[in-house]
Design a binder for this molecule. Structure first.
Ligand SMILES: [Zn+2]
Ligand SMILES: [Zn+2]
Length: 249
């Protein structure tokens, strides 16, 4: 049995919003929503990147709610989702991690067809960033939604269909082996659970005893139940709790 946990929940209250946009949840609201859906362990994050929506002071305010006196931190952890650079470094860095008193950093790639127009170039870019982060960046604990931007290319009509079968097999093997070697967890997040190549990737994670993490990537409380569904899927695939990453040891 896998213990249901979700370490990729956004407290999206802590970001700069357009006038009139919905106010996102705070830490306490997301913690409650995750617990209601059955999570034993909860991890709250927000984006840490160059975007004007995510200035560092927003993360400091989020951390202040988490560390406030009287806040129930039982089985609840604090992280960020930091954008990765080509050399594998992340936008938060060791300094940001210390300042915010984080338990973990999720390193992710966020791009779009506007930034990188072809899917081949996108795959190459994401592979380079993930591989370098896994090998060289000890500040990154978890790789967030590997190749999770692929669906943007089918939505934009650039390719007829997105799937892990478009990624060179040796790239996927390399990521699995390097994650194993360096003890970095790979995240089960929004992705194609019907795709054979995608299933094969997670079977390789299972067979090689690589750490994995499960994230809903919820930006509102309504997104939290996804962790239950993904945990069941991971369980049906035979992933084991002993390789289920935790922000504590
Ligand atoms: Zn992300
Ligand atoms: Zn996210």
């Amino acid at each position: 049995m896998l213990i249901q946990s979700d370490y990729h929940i956004h407290a999206s209250f802590y970001r700069i919003k357009r006038e009139g946009a919905a106010t996102g949840p705070k830490v306490a609201e997301q913690q409650e929503a995750a617990r209601v859906t059955g999570c034993r362990y909860v991890g709250i994050v927000e984006h840490c990147n160059d975007s004007s929506k995510h200035p560092f002071h927003c993360l400091e305010e989020l951390a202040a709610e988490y560390y406030a006196e009287g806040f129930d931190r039982q089985d609840t952890y604090l992280g960020v989702e930091a954008d990765l650079y080509d050399d594998g470094s992340d936008h938060c860095g060791d300094e940001g991690r210390k300042k915010l008193r984080l338990h973990y950093v999720i390193g992710s790639v966020h791009v779009s067809p506007q930034l990188i127009p072809t899917v081949e170039e996108y795959i190459q870019t994401e592979f380079t960033r993930l591989r370098n982060a896994i090998i060289y960046n000890r500040n990154v604990d978890v790789i967030g939604h590997p190749f999770g931007e692929g669906p943007r290319y089918s939505k934009a009509g650039i390719i007829p269909r997105w799937g892990y079968d478009l990624i060179p097999k040796e790239y996927l093997q390399e990521l699995v082996m390097q994650a194993k070697e360096h003890g970095v967890a790979l995240e089960i997040n929004r992705c194609d659970m019907e795709n054979e190549a995608y299933i094969g990737f997670w079977e390789a994670v299972r067979d090689n005893g690589v750490l994995f993490e499960i994230g809903s990537d919820a930006h509102f409380t309504t997104g939290c139940p996804a962790s239950a569904e993904r945990t069941h899927w991971a369980e049906s695939l035979g992933l084991k709790e002993e390789n289920h990453w935790k922000p504590f040891r």
